[in-house]
Design a protein around this ligand. Sequence first.
Ligand SMILES: Nc1ncnc2c1ncn2[C@@H]1O[C@H](COP(=O)(O)OP(=O)(O)OP(=O)(O)O)[C@@H](O)[C@H]1O
Ligand code: SF4
Ligand SMILES: [Mg+2]
Length: 344
Amino acid sequence: MTETSTAVVHGPKREGVPALEARRLTKHFPLTSLGERGRVVHAVEDVSLALPEKTVTAVVGESGSGKSTLARLLTGLIKPTSGELLLDGSPVGTSARERRAYTSDVHLVLQDPFSSLNAAHSVKYHIERPLKLHTKLRGAELEAKTVELLERVSLHPGTDFAAKFPHELSGGQRQRVAIARGLAVGPRVLLADEPVSMLDVSIRLGVLNLFDELRENENLAILYVTHDIASARYLADTIVVMYAGEVVESGPATQITDSPQHPYTQLLLSAAPDPSRGQAPVLRGKGSPPSLVTPPTGCRFHPRCPFAMPVCEERTPPPLPAGADQVAACWLLAPPTAEAASAG
Ligand SMILES: Nc1ncnc2c1ncn2[C@@H]1O[C@H](COP(=O)(O)OP(=O)(O)OP(=O)(O)O)[C@@H](O)[C@H]1O
Ligand code: SF4
Ligand SMILES: [Mg+2]
C-alpha cells in the first residue's frame, strides 16, 4: 500500500507505474422501486487499488461485500459514482477508440464457463473471433495463433481442442478456453471473478496454477475475486478484504492469513480453517452482513464485532498500519490518546 494525502492505495507494492490503478472508486446504485426513489445501495465506497504487472491481487469477502461491483468498475462496464481509472498511469478516456483499446487491455474472466461459450460454435470460432477483430492475422497464421493460444492454457494438442464444441469439454477446459480467448487480444490485466467456484473441486487447483503461470509468462496484472481466503493465500501476492463495500484490511497474502489484524478478517479465517496455517483464530461472529442502503454508522462491522467500543459506532476508522505493508481499518489499532493513556 502507498500512503497518499487522500487515500491508502491497496495492492502489491512494486516499483514503477502499475498496469491498472483505481483511485477512490465509489459506486452507489440508485433504487428504482416505488417508495425507494432517492435511496441508493452503497456497493463500493472509496476504494483505491493498484495492480502492478506480474502480480495477483485477491479480493475476498462475504456475499454482497462489493467484490463483483469493484471488478465490474475496473472493466469499465459500469461507471463509477466517483473516482477514476488509470491504465499504465494515464486516465482512461471516454472516446469509442479509447474504450475499445481499454477493453482489449483489461479482460474479465467470468465465473460461469458454461454460459460464457456459445454452444453453437467450435472452440476455434471462439478464439478466432477476437483475433480477427483485434489483429490482422488471417488464414494459416490465424490458425497457428489459435493453436498456440490453446496450448498456452495447457489444452494440448491445440489442433484437437480447436475442433471441439463446448459440450465436449469439461468445466475446467471451458474455463481455459475462455481464458485463451481473453489472451487473444494481449491484455495487460485479467480480472477473474470467482473463476473456479463453479468448477469441480478436483480441477480448481489446475486453473489456479494456470493463473499463476500467466502472471509470470504473460506479464499480467491479475485481480482474483473469491469467497475462499485459503485459495487467495495460495495464489495471491496481496489480499484485499472487503466488508459491506469497504476495504477493511489489506496486505501481503501470507501476512493477512497468518496474522489478520481486523476482526472481520479473523472471522473470515475462522470460518475457513486452513490446515497449513496451524491454529485458526477462534472468533464467533454474530449476525449477518448489514443493509447497504442504510449501512451502519462508523465502522460498518460494529453491529457484528465482538470488540466493538463506543467510538466504533460514532466514527469511521481510517486504514491504520498493522504490519509491514499491511493496513486495517479498525480502532483497536489506533494509538492510545493522551487522555486514555493517563486514565489507564
Ligand atoms: N445493478 C445493481 N443494482 C442495485 N444493486 C446492486 C447492483 N449490482 C450489485 N448491487 C448490490 O451491490 C452490493 C454488492 O454486490 P456485489 O455483487 O458486488 O457483491 P459480491 O461481493 O460480488 O457478492 P457475491 O459474493 O455474492 O458475488 C449488493 O448489495 C448487491 O445487491
Ligand atoms: S473499529 Fe471497532 S467495531 Fe470495527 S472492527 Fe474495529 S473494534 Fe470492531
Ligand atoms: Mg460477486
